[in-house]
Design a protein around this ligand. Structure first.
Ligand SMILES: C[S@@+](CC[C@H](N)C(=O)[O-])C[C@H]1O[C@@H](n2cnc3c(N)ncnc32)[C@H](O)[C@@H]1O
Length: 185
């Protein structure tokens, strides 16, 4: 196996190199114009008849129970409103990528979503992931137009993640969508 480092905006591979390509959790960091270009690159390096698949997060469905189940949805809405000015696709773009696939000329679109649940008691990797995620989300709340109550709740959870993680009704619920299309033969 060979690995190469490069930008998805300018892939370091010749045209029609691969039977299939996979791009996970990168689109959210790109603007619409950049992702359009990235889709062009993914299609270019895929053989005619080959598959292009993109996996992305849907932050509107994130929950860390027993925190208010809608708190991350409200934060995602605030992030989305702010990102509208820049065209950034954002961490909620998982279910929204179909138009990019169609505009790139891909056919036979298939979309499939996954809900991943981690119920109490969470194992150590989940605890570390949630503690880190809470700090990240509290930082986002501080920088976006969310209610003082939501900001305070996220700050409190980030400051003491064990309280949430030790709750017998704790559950991390995350959603992803994979979009797949075929390069015309
Ligand atoms: C959340 S991580 C996902 C990593 C991995 N694909 C995964 O799913 O676990 C986001 C990644 O996007 C990469 N990234 C951001 N912009 C990129 C670009 N223009 N070209 C290639 N990678 C990019 C970052 O370097 C980072 O590694």
């Amino acid at each position: 196996m060979e690995c190469r480092v490069g930008s998805v905006l300018d892939l370091p591979f010749a045209a029609a190199t691969f039977d299939g390509v996979w791009c996970a959790n990168v689109a959210q960091y790109l603007t619409e114009a950049e992702f359009t270009r990235a889709m062009g690159e993914l299609c270019r390096v895929t053989k005619p008849g080959g598959l292009v698949a993109v996996k992305e997060f849907d932050a509107t469905l994130l929950q860390m129970l027993p925190l208010d189940p809608a708190i991350f949805a409200r934060l995602a809405a605030a992030r989305r409103a702010k990102a509208a000015a820049t065209g950034l696709l954002g961490a909620w773009c998982g279910p929204l990528l179909g138009p990019f696939f169609r505009r790139a000329g891909l056919t036979d679109l298939v979309r499939k979503g996954w809900l991943i649940e981690r119920w109490a008691p969470p194992p150590r990797p989940t605890r570390q992931f949630v503690a880190m995620g809470l700090r990240f989300q509290a930082g986002l709340a501080a920088a976006h137009d969310v209610s003082p109550a939501d900001r305070k709740a996220l700050q409190a959870a980030a400051a003491d993640p064990d309280r949430l993680l030790d709750d017998p009704d704790f559950c991390l619920r995350e959603a992803f969508v994979v979009t797949r299309g075929r390069v015309p033969a």
